[in-house]
Design a protein around this ligand. Structure first.
Ligand code: C2E
Ligand code: MG
Ligand code: MG
Ligand code: MG
Length: 290
């Protein structure tokens, strides 16, 4: 019995770990295939200006259209891609493909929009990133592109991140601090980095109906952002009350399921041609102050 116990307690490397490793390797090779076969696609979620109600930009959200498993959300594959360099290739694809969509809409007479893309911390180590931005923006003003970065970008290698952000800024590209308020040292980053936009995390928006504290946080962040000459976007707007509260407190833009879910790139031209999505914010906002 002692022998049995000894055997069983020797658990440095067990079957579950072997299964996990082989699953991770399988996912990694499937992801490389997905990159090579262009199995990724973008969903675009509108952002609306609260001073006019206009739809003026789209955030690109990547999905993996798996040939058998269907649509896979980014939290299932971005972390794995960030372990290595696959995230670099994916990130560059999101930028070039996203801007191609924006150009296509413009050519089709469906409007001129800005594109926002998400960059994770690891992507600042991509030494081809800045050249790629420049190449993608040959025929477009740089301010048609925004980089959404999260505060954790700055935990590691913040000098490199700051330098990439400055180079992007020099091309006219704007930078937004995503999920603002959920990371570390938000306030010091606002001083140190070339940030143009604060994107208030949806965890602050959801409780504004019930919680006075949340309302104070939201209005104070808007006020702070404006004093620092920055633009504020609120994400995760799910109710009309959220939207009207933000309008009343001079938030600059809003995004969320109330206004529009992220739209499949393949459906976007038809959706814009119909025209309803452009009217979504106007239909909810207080018209007296538009
Ligand atoms: P994020 O940048 O904060 O993106 C917003 C997420 O919130 C999206 O989820 C969006 O579908 C969701 N969302 C939008 N409006 C609402 C709302 O009103 N209510 C609720 N409950 N959710 C809302 P998604 O597409 O699953 O993306 C999750 C995260 O994955 C993103 O968070 C972003 O950090 C990351 N991600 C997405 N695309 C990319 C990419 O191309 N590159 C990188 N590095 N990360 C990406
Ligand atoms: Mg984002
Ligand atoms: Mg966000
Ligand atoms: Mg968020």
């Amino acid at each position: 019995a002692a022998k049995e116990e000894g055997k069983n307690s020797f658990h440095f490397f067990n079957d579950q770990m072997l299964i996990d490793i082989s699953k991770a390797l399988e996912l990694e090779s499937a992801l490389q295939t997905a990159l090579d076969n262009e199995e990724f696609c973008l969903f675009l979620q509108p952002k609306y200006r609260l001073d006019s109600g206009d739809l003026d930009s789209f955030e690109a959200l990547v999905r993996w259209r798996h040939p058998e498993k269907g649509l896979i959300m980014p939290n299932h594959f971005i972390p794995q891609m960030e372990q290595g360099e696959m995230i670099f290739q994916l990130g560059r694809w999101v930028i070039s493909h996203g801007l191609n969509i924006i150009r296509g809409l413009e050519r089709a007479g469906l409007g001129s929009y800005k594109l926002a893309v998400n960059l994770s911390a690891r992507q600042f180590c991509d030494d081809k990133l800045v050249d790629h931005l420049q190449a993608c923006l040959q025929d477009m003003p740089g301010d048609r592109l925004e980089l959404e970065i999260t505060e954790n970008v700055l935990i590691h290698n913040s000098e490199l991140a700051a330098s990439v952000m400055k180079q992007a800024n020099n091309l006219g590209v704007t930078v937004a601090l995503d999920d603002f308020g959920t990371g570390y040292s938000s306030l010091s980053y606002l001083r140190q980095l070339p940030v143009d936009v604060i994107k208030l995390d949806r965890s602050f928006i959801a409780p504004t109906n019930e919680s006075e504290e949340s309302r104070h946080i939201v209005t104070s962040v808007i006020d702070l952002a404006h004093k620092l000459n920055k633009y504020v976007v609120a994400e995760g707007i799910e109710t009309k009350e959220h939207l009207l509260f933000l309008q009343e407190h001079q938030c600059d833009s809003a995004q969320g399921f109330l206004l529009s879910r992220p739209i499949d790139e393949d459906e976007l031209p038809d959706v814009l041609a119909k025209g309803d999505v452009q009217q979504m914010a106007k239909s909810h906002l207080n018209a007296d102050v538009l």
